[in-house]
Design a protein. Structure first.
Length: 304
C-alpha cells in the first residue's frame, strides 16, 4: 500500500477520471497542490490571473505526468467580479457535461495598504471571500463531491462589522483586513455546509499553516519583505509542506464541514489534522448574516 504525507494509515488517492477546478494554482502552495493532484491522476482546470505563470505550471504538470490534457487554463481575476463571471462561463464551457468533482479555492492575497476594487470592495475581502463565494455559486450546479476553501488561523483575529466591512470608516491594518477576509470566507463556507448537508456534496476548510510563499512579501518595502522572508525561512514550512493540508482536505474522508491544518504548536507547521476554529467561525446565525451581506454585494455588482 502506498501511503501519503508521511502517515502510514493514509492511502495515496487515485484521482484518475476526477476533474478539479483549483484557483491559486499558478503560485505558492496551491501550485504544489495542483502538481500533486495531477500526479495522483486528476485532470485540472486552473483559473489564473496571469496566463504566462499558468502556462509554466501547466508545462510542469505535462512534464511530470505525460498527460497533455492534465491541466487547462482559464483567465480569471478574483479582484473583478465581472472577470469571475466571465471565468465561470469559460469553466462551464471547458468542462461541459463532465462536471466538476472538486472545487478548490486556493487563491488569496494580502494587501500593503487599503485598496478598493472596481466593484467598490476592499481588495482582500474581495479576493479572499467575496469572489470565491460568487465562483462557488456559479459553479455549484456542476460540483458533484466537495468544495474546499483555504482558510487561515488568522480568522481568529478577524472581526465582523456588517456596517463597515470595507473599513471605509474604521481603522484599516494588514492584520485586521486579512483576518476579516478569512473569517468572512469561513463563515460563508459554514453557511454553505449547512445548506449542502443532505445533498452528497460536502465542504471542507483547510489552514495551510505557516508556509514560505509570496504572501510574506506584503509590507511595501523590498528590503523589509526580504527581511521578513529571511526570518521566516528557518521556521516556515516549504510550500510543498503547506500544500499538505489542502491535499488532505481535498482527498481524504472527513466529517462534513471540517477544519483541518497542521498538528504542531499554534497550527503553524506539522501534519494535517482536525483543528478547532474560533467561536465566531462556528456561529451559524452569524454565518447566515454574513452570507447575506456577501450575496447582496455581489447582486449589487450585476447579480449572480
Amino acid at each position: 500500500m502506498r501511503t501519503v504525507m508521511g502517515w502510514e494509515h493514509l492511502r495515496e488517492p487515485d484521482l484518475s477520471g476526477r476533474l478539479i477546478v483549483l484557483t491559486g494554482g499558478s503560485d505558492g502552495l496551491c501550485r504544489e497542490a495542483a502538481v500533486q493532484l495531477a500526479r495522483w491522476g486528476a485532470d485540472l482546470v486552473l483559473p489564473v490571473r496571469s496566463i504566462p505563470k499558468g502556462e509554466a505550471v501547466r508545462e510542469r504538470i505535462l512534464r511530470e505526468t505525460g498527460r497533455p490534457d492534465a491541466a487547462r487554463l482559464v483567465r480569471l481575476d478574483l479582484a473583478s467580479l465581472a472577470s469571475v463571471r466571465e471565468g465561470a462561463s469559460a469553466i462551464v464551457e471547458t468542462v461541459g457535461e463532465r462536471g466538476v468533482d472538486l472545487l478548490v479555492h486556493g487563491a488569496g492575497t494580502v494587501t500593503r495598504r487599503r485598496e478598493e476594487t472596481a466593484d467598490g470592495l476592499e481588495r482582500a475581502l474581495a479576493v479572499n471571500a467575496v469572489a470565491p463565494r460568487l465562483l462557488t455559486t456559479l459553479l455549484r450546479p456542476l460540483v458533484r463531491e466537495r468544495v474546499v476553501l483555504v482558510g487561515s488561523n488568522a480568522h481568529k483575529a478577524g472581526r465582523i462589522d456588517l456596517g463597515d466591512m470595507d473599513f471605509a470608516r474604521t481603522r484599516w491594518s494588514i492584520a485586521a483586513s486579512y483576518g476579516r477576509s478569512k473569517l468572512t470566507a469561513m463563515l460563508w463556507a459554514l453557511d454553505l455546509a449547512e445548506e449542502l448537508r443532505e445533498t452528497g456534496v460536502d465542504v471542507q476548510i483547510a489552514h495551510p499553516g505557516w508556509a514560505l510563499t509570496n504572501i510574506q512579501r506584503a509590507t511595501g518595502s523590498d528590503r523589509l519583505d526580504s527581511l521578513v522572508t529571511a526570518a521566516s525561512r528557518p521556521i516556515a514550512m516549504p510550500a510543498a509542506r503547506g500544500a499538505e493540508s489542502v491535499l488532505f482536505a481535498a482527498t481524504q474522508p472527513l466529517p462534513h464541514g471540517s477544519y483541518v491544518g497542521p498538528d504542531g504548536p499554534t497550527a503553524s507547521r506539522g501534519r494535517p489534522t482536525l483543528l478547532r476554529r474560533s467561536a465566531a467561525a462556528c456561529d451559524v446565525d452569524l454565518a447566515r448574516r454574513v452570507t447575506g451581506w456577501v450575496d447582496r454585494r455581489i447582486e449589487a455588482t450585476g447579480g449572480r
